[in-house]
Design a protein. Structure first.
Ligand SMILES: [Zn+2]
Ligand SMILES: [Zn+2]
Length: 115
């Protein structure tokens, strides 16, 4: 069965990185899997769960889950691509900080990220 890399009907899994929330972790920016809605953290974040999700599932395309950003990234080909409008919401709440979530980000977070 061919894999669907972008399914515009699937809503995002939540407002934050699934794995970080489960582990009391934190993130810098959020990415949303365009195939299944999984929300994970970006490669600058300590745990890089969006890339891990791609490696685990083979779902190749994410969209930025940051307010005001609508670009897609294709992990397989390492290129930015264009895509359709995905199911709302297309970003985390505007009052949710980056890095986030509120209360979980250490004071020295800038020393703990990937650059
Ligand atoms: Zn994460
Ligand atoms: Zn996925």
């Amino acid at each position: 069965m061919p894999q669907v890399s972008i399914d515009p009907a699937v809503p995002p899994s939540g407002t934050g990185c699934q794995e970080c929330l489960a582990a009391d972790g934190w993130w810098v920016h959020l990415r949303r899997c365009a195939a299944c809605g999984h929300v994970g953290c970006c490669d600058t974040s300590p745990e890089q769960h969006a890339t891990a999700h791609f490696r685990e599932t083979g779902h190749p395309v994410v969209q930025s889950f940051e307010p005001g950003e609508d670009w897609f990234w294709d992990y397989e080909h390492a290129v930015e691509i264009s895509g359709p409008a995905l199911a709302e919401p297309t970003s985390h709440p505007a009052d949710q900080p980056s890095p986030g979530p509120a209360g979980a980000v250490p004071d020295d977070w800038k020393h703990k990220i990937h650059r």
